[in-house]
Design a protein around this ligand. Structure first.
Ligand code: GDP
Length: 395
């Protein structure tokens, strides 16, 4: 069996166990390293080759597909990661980095339960960091922080340990001030500030593929002094091998982001204003795969062969080929032609996609980004409002 086939089978197996699923987005101010980090995660999970990661040319690992030159659109990817002896399915939705795509960022947030916010260590929190945080928090999506480009502090700016620590702490402080300011009025959100001690902050270099967090330092026995030494000595390959970025970040994702079973009871009342006492509300809160099918479409893409592909979050029930589903705001029903998941960015058809997952669906000809698609007529999800950006002029 080919490697890809094996990964697909493993994803299909994991899809049935929502407790081991994490639906996440990576969000950042433009140029802070979101694309480079995403590629690293895919390479670390074995979805693309290590050499291509960072070149923004993510390709499938299968040789024949590399030869055929299939490049992936990293908009949606599923990958597996072993954490504490349990394999996890991580569905990553890429969010466009440019200010013009604010609407897409907000839509992506609807499909996920956790947002990894990437901040450039040199630039610090920027206007778009604030916007993506606001989008995440308003959707009830929990943030964690990755401070990127730490290699620059060490090798380029030649900062000493104290100066560097002060700089990193000030980034964390700024991000926490934003989180606190935005969640103050939200009584359903507990303390979502991030901290080094509890492992919700990671640091490192997406470019040189190394990363650290408090738990990773405890595990590898490496301290910051040693990391600075290796980075200064240009021993980045050694750093990558001893403390690979993807492991640190994917561990953080599994440990600190809620799975759909924990997230949906809190998220559903935020994004859906239907009858909270109804059976439908209950199946959505419980991520019940045997309940009515409820899909929130967050994106429509054109596939050269399959035509329009709708992707989105399955909040309840199990999506299957042949189902006749209502599409909010339109009359009549659409017939599901195929259901799939995104493997390393390519759509892979599967038999079923149960609640708690991100699905790729064809046949929903009336759906648009923002549609509620369901097996029973229902109150649609709240519309996804676009938060406009502060105007930024790049010098
Ligand atoms: P995005 O706009 O957030 O997706 O950012 P990219 O991933 O495209 O990165 C923007 C630029 O920063 C590229 O030139 C990257 O090579 C560079 N970059 C990304 N991560 C790092 C890092 O950890 N260290 C350094 N020195 N450069 C980085």
């Amino acid at each position: 069996m080919g490697r890809r086939k094996k990964i697909v089978q493993e994803c299909e197996r994991l899809m049935d166990d929502p407790e081991n699923i994490r639906n996440i987005a990576i969000a950042a101010h433009v140029d802070h390293g979101k694309t480079t980090l995403s590629d690293n995660l895919l390479a670390g999970a074995g979805m693309i080759s290590d050499e291509t990661a960072g070149e923004q040319l993510a390709m499938d690992t299968e040789e024949d597909e590399q030869e055929r030159g299939i490049t992936i659109d990293a908009a949606n990817v599923s990958m597996t990661h072993e954490y504490e002896d349990t394999n996890h399915l991580i569905n990553l939705i890429d969010t466009p980095g440019h200010v013009d795509f604010g609407g897409d960022v907000t839509r992506a947030m609807r499909a996920v339960d956790g947002a990894l916010v990437v901040v450039d260590a040199v630039e610090g929190a920027m206007p778009q960091t604030e916007t993506v945080l606001r989008q995440a928090l308003r959707e009830g999506v929990k943030p964690t922080l990755f401070i990127n480009k730490v290699d620059r502090l060490i090798s380029e700016l030649q900062e000493g340990p104290e100066e560097m620590q002060e700089r990193l702490l000030s980034v964390i402080r700024d991000v926490n001030d934003l989180i606190r300011g935005m969640t103050e009025e939200m009584d359903d959100i507990e303390d979502w500030t991030v901290s080094v001690e509890d492992g919700t902050v990671g640091f490192g270099s997406a470019l040189y593929k190394w990363g650290v967090s408090m738990p990773s330092m405890q595990r590898t026995g490496m301290d910051f002094g040693e990391i600075m030494e290796l980075e200064r000595a240009d021993k980045r390959q050694e750093l990558h091998e001893r403390t690979p970025l993807s492991d640190v970040v994917l561990d953080m994702v599994c440990e600190h982001f809620p799975n759909p079973v924990d997230a949906q009871p809190m998220r559903i009342p935020r994004i859906w204003r239907g009858d909270a006492e109804s059976e439908l509300a209950e199946t959505m809160r419980l991520v019940d795969e045997s309940g009515e099918v409820v899909l929130m479409v967050t994106d429509i893409a054109m596939d050269p062969h399959a035509g329009e592909v709708a992707s989105g979050r399955v909040f309840s029930g199990t999506l299957e080929k042949g189902q006749e589903l209502y599409v909010s705001g339109t009359a009549g029903k659409n017939r599901v032609q195929s259901v799939g998941i995104y493997m390393g960015g390519e759509r892979e058809e599967v038999d079923q996609v149960p609640a708690g997952n991100i699905a790729a669906v064809t046949g929903l000809r009336d759906a648009i980004a923002g549609s509620t698609v369901s097996s029973t007529e229902m109150t649609p999800f709240e519309s996804i409002e676009h938060i406009s950006e502060p105007v930024i002029t790049k010098s």
